[in-house]
Design a protein around this ligand. Structure first.
Ligand SMILES: Nc1ncnc2c1ncn2[C@@H]1O[C@H](COP(=O)(O)OP(=O)(O)OP(=O)(O)O)[C@@H](O)[C@H]1O
Length: 371
């Protein structure tokens, strides 16, 4: 869809270092005012893509369009300082010999209203009281807020944030990521965030791109990535869940050891294959519900108390494992047999490929259950 409002467009982009290509055939579009995120395992090319957008690396193929202007293509790289792009880095990169206010003023020294803008920025990030402090007199969270204010002061078209919260402890990164989203939305600033923390990606972004080995697998809303993954990798990388093997049936059902599973509404993926073909069905923990009188029985082999709910690891009589998220007030012991039912709103089905996934070794990715 091209409605002419996109702020950033990557078209058939290939980029890397020297002759080495890291990212290939990358297409994505960020609308004005939206926050996008590049998510994926270590080394998949997120930072490389961000550096190409910033103009630090040339592109091998394709083009980068910002606000209607081609800023990179093969043989052409508009200088980073001419791109109206701001950057926030993981290590804050503040000037140690400048105060908070001087750091924020750095990029707008020649602006006639620099003093007013600095005050506005300090207020925005809630640091007015600390304006005379030096970076070493600030906490990590405060330093990152200074870096954000400094990047926003020149009013960039686009803000790039490279793992901005990864040096902070968990509680602070949750809080700061929410704060940053509010600040960007308040100002209508478009941004691209790089992270390998899925929770952070979902909390901050409107659109998330999942990368694998330099290829963008899906660029979509967090909701769609979770509920409508387009590839087995996205299904495995996002959220929790297990695949179980089955045979596709006509009328959007799959025959499995749990019986004939039908989605209550739709079927995503490979549901229209020839009847009888081998498929893998994704079952999220919230698709498995307790059903004391059910003929489907599973044994509790692991449990994680999560407050309102408990995540159970369940083993079927065949040895296949699943996870189920049950309300925590009914407490089941390890080894206990429980009745379960499938309550999948929609089915996510892919052609069977357990043997492929079994050879992948990516942290955070669930194995196919029958391997
Ligand atoms: N300056 C460089 N020269 C050559 N290769 C590089 C350079 N920087 C990164 N690479 C390689 O490019 C690949 C992608 O790196 P990149 O930094 O884009 O990954 P990433 O997805 O951001 O990972 P992480 O989450 O670990 O930061 C890696 O194989 C890496 O070794």
């Amino acid at each position: 869809m091209n409605d002419g409002t996109s702020l950033l467009e990557l078209r058939g982009l290939a980029c890397g270092y020297g002759d080495q290509r890291i990212v290939e055939a990358l297409n994505l579009r960020l609308e004005r005012g939206d926050i996008g995120c590049l998510l994926g395992p270590s080394g998949c090319g997120k930072t490389t893509t961000l550096r190409a957008i910033a103009g630090f690396e040339p592109v091998h193929e394709g083009e980068i369009i910002l606000a209607g202007q081609r800023i990179s293509s093969a043989g052409h790289t508009l200088a980073p300082e001419k791109r109206r792009i701001g950057m926030v880095f993981q290590d804050y990169a503040l000037f140690p010999h400048l105060t908070v206010a001087e750091n924020v003023a750095f990029g707008i020294r020649k602006h006639p209203e620099a003093a007013r803008i600095v005050e506005e920025m300090l207020e925005l990030v809630n640091l007015s009281a600390l304006r005379q402090r030096y970076p070493h007199e600030l906490s990590g969270g405060q330093q990152q807020r200074v870096a954000l204010a400094r990047a926003l002061a020149p009013e960039p078209e686009l803000l790039l944030l490279d793992e901005p919260f990864s040096n902070l402890d968990v509680e602070l990164r949750r809080r700061l990521s929410r704060e940053v989203r509010e600040i960007l939305k308040l100002r209508g600033t478009s941004a691209i965030l790089v992270t390998h923390d899925q929770e952070e990606a979902f909390a901050v972004s409107d659109q998330v791109g999942v990368f694998k080995d330099g290829h963008l697998q899906q660029w979509d809303t967090p909701f769609n990535l979770y509920h409508k993954p387009q590839t087995p990798f996205v299904a495995s990388f996002i959220g929790q869940g297990y695949f179980i093997r089955g045979q596709s049936l006509s009328a959007q059902g799959v025959q499995t050891e749990l019986g004939n599973i039908r989605g209550l509404s739709t079927c995503i993926g490979s549901c229209d294959g020839p009847s009888g073909s081998a498929v893998d069905v994704l079952l999220r923990p919230d698709d498995i519900v307790p059903a004391p009188d059910s003929a489907l029985r599973a044994r509790v082999v692991g449990k994680t108390f999560q407050g309102a709910s408990t995540l159970y690891r369940l083993e079927l009589p065949t040895g296949t494992q699943l996870e189920g998220l049950f309300p925590s007030h009914a407490d089941h012991a390890l080894g206990q047999e429980v009745g379960i039912a499938i309550a999948a709103d929609h089915l996510v089905v892919f052609p069977a490929q357990g043997s492929i996934a079994a050879h992948e070794n990516i942290e955070g990715v669930r194995r196919y259950s029958d391997n």
